[in-house]
Design a protein around this ligand. Structure first.
Ligand SMILES: O=C(O)[C@H]1O[C@H](OP(=O)(O)OP(=O)(O)OC[C@H]2O[C@@H](n3ccc(=O)[nH]c3=O)[C@H](O)[C@@H]2O)[C@H](O)[C@@H](O)[C@H]1O
Length: 430
């Protein structure tokens, strides 16, 4: 006698046999009906099981997201509001993106020092040592700047911040930096410098009031331009790297938001910024580390053995240019996504106006560090580098009162002093 299981799910073909001699037609019909309805019940049971499993999963996911979200809540909102408070007459409240980056840290401190409200935003990615970013965060925290951990691609977070505080300005410095890394990780440039920028502009255009925006473009947009010094009127349609291309795209994208929504936009073309709390991926920083550790450095050389040169610009000068831009930006004219009139659209070079060759940079570091570098001289690989940069800053001088005052020797001395106090002489890090 077969069991019920065997009858419903016969394992042997032909095992489920109907004996026409012993079962009548009704019996046959009944058995067919019984097995079909049982299968139907089983199917229902399985569907219900799957649905409950999926709902449970999504509950677990959303709770985890909620619990692990580093923003939100009453206490968090209070910290944001307090940090954004203005403590001087005619002051501004500024949302600084990339606030734990090199330039973001210095700009946040300078704004706070003069009594402006500042809220920082940073995603603390690991493009370079995140512990340096955390140390910068601790530094600005000590001066009353609250840094929110989040990404400029997070539209909900941006909307929330712009909802809590009526920011007068956004200083947008969050970006994927570095010229040569773009060949290793191109998508990271699209993610931060294009998608992140658009997400930020979308949030700003919908805000009421709309903040004015000052953001970091780059000297690299001049690409293969050979006319020196580089003027804002020179062509910028020959980028040599994806980094440069995304920054140039940013200039075009911001123009459309200015045109359609009345956002006040100022793009700053920074020229190889250096100084204390700088970026470990940049040449002056990695050369210092290697020289102190007795490791060789690679010095690239251009075509026909010509030395590469950069218009190295000291961080304090850049900060003055950023503050000058915020002070003169004028207001955005739109509100809630509607343009009410024209707003400023500006682009400025922020450089030093006196390029220095890379071998000369190395000589200055050797003097400050009192140590000879072990140099490997290599022809510049085709990886996005440009042979030289040189800024014409007449526009910034007239419009922003920008006047760089620190030469490379003096600036590197300050950098080396900071480096030694931060890492020590025999540091293995970063
Ligand atoms: O103005 C900008 O918009 C950019 O400035 C900076 O780019 P760059 O001017 O390329 O600075 P950086 O990497 O310090 O190389 C300096 C020089 O050293 C040479 N260099 C570099 C590395 C090395 O190992 N050897 C070497 O010779 C190298 O060939 C070059 O000639 C920022 O990183 C970038 O994010 C962006 O902000």
């Amino acid at each position: 006698m077969p069991t019920l299981d065997e009858e419903l799910f016969p394992s042997t073909p032909g095992k489920f046999k109907i004996d026409h001699r012993s079962y009548g037609i009704n019996r046959q019909f009944y058995r067919f009906f019984a097995s079909t309805s049982t299968m139907f019940l089983w199917a229902l049971f399985l569907i219900a099981l799957t649905v409950s499993y999926l709902s449970f999963q999504s509950f677990v996911d959303s709770s985890t997201r909620y619990l692990s979200a580093s923003w939100g809540g009453l206490q968090w909102e209070k910290q944001v509001r307090t940090s954004a408070e203005i403590h001087r007459a005619g002051g501004m409240s500024v949302l600084v993106t990339g606030a734990s980056g090199f330039v973001g840290t210095h700009v946040s401190l300078a704004l706070k020092r003069r009594g402006d409200g500042v809220v920082g935003l940073d995603n603390f990615n690991n493009y370079y040592d995140p512990s340096l970013k955390k140390a910068r965060k601790a530094l600005v925290n000590r001066h009353g700047v609250f840094v929110v951990e989040g990404d400029v691609n997070d539209a909900r977070l941006l909307d929330k911040l712009l909802d809590i505080v009526a920011f007068t300005h956004v200083m947008h410095l969050a970006a994927q930096a570095g010229v040569r890394y773009a060949m290793e990780n191109p998508n990271s440039y699209v993610h931060s410098n294009i998608a992140g920028l658009v997400t930020l502009l979308e949030a700003c255009k919908s805000a009421n009031p709309q903040p004015a925006i000052v953001w970091a473009s780059s000297s690299s947009v001049y690409g293969l331009n050979e006319k020196v010094p580089f003027s804002e009127l020179d062509r910028t349609d020959q980028p040599a790297s994806l980094y440069a291309a995304t920054k140039k795209a940013g200039e075009e994208i911001t123009h459309t938001y200015n045109h359609i929504y009345g956002l006040s936009i100022t793009g700053l073309r920074f020229f190889t910024v250096y100084g204390p709390w700088g970026r470990p991926d940049m040449a002056y920083f990695s050369f210092t580390r290697n020289i102190l550790q007795g490791k060789p450095i690679t010095v690239y050389r251009g075509k026909n053995k010509v030395d590469l040169a950069r218009d190295f610009t000291y961080i304090d000068d850049i900060v003055k240019g950023c503050l000058g831009s915020l002070d003169t930006s004028g207001k955005s004219t739109g509100s809630g996504g509607r343009k009410k009139g024209p707003a400023a659209y500006r682009i400025f070079n922020l450089g030093n106006t006196s390029p220095v060759t890379v071998p000369a940079l190395v000589r200055i570091l050797e003097e400050h560090l009192k140590t000879k570098a072990k140099k490997n001289i290599l022809d510049m690989p085709g990886n996005g580098d440009v042979p030289f940069t040189h800024a014409n800053i007449s526009s910034a001088r007239v419009e922003l009162g920008y006047k760089p005052t620190t030469d490379l020797r003096t600036g590197l001395k300050k950098f080396v002093r900071w480096y030694l106090s931060y890492y020590g002489y025999d540091a293995v890090q970063p």
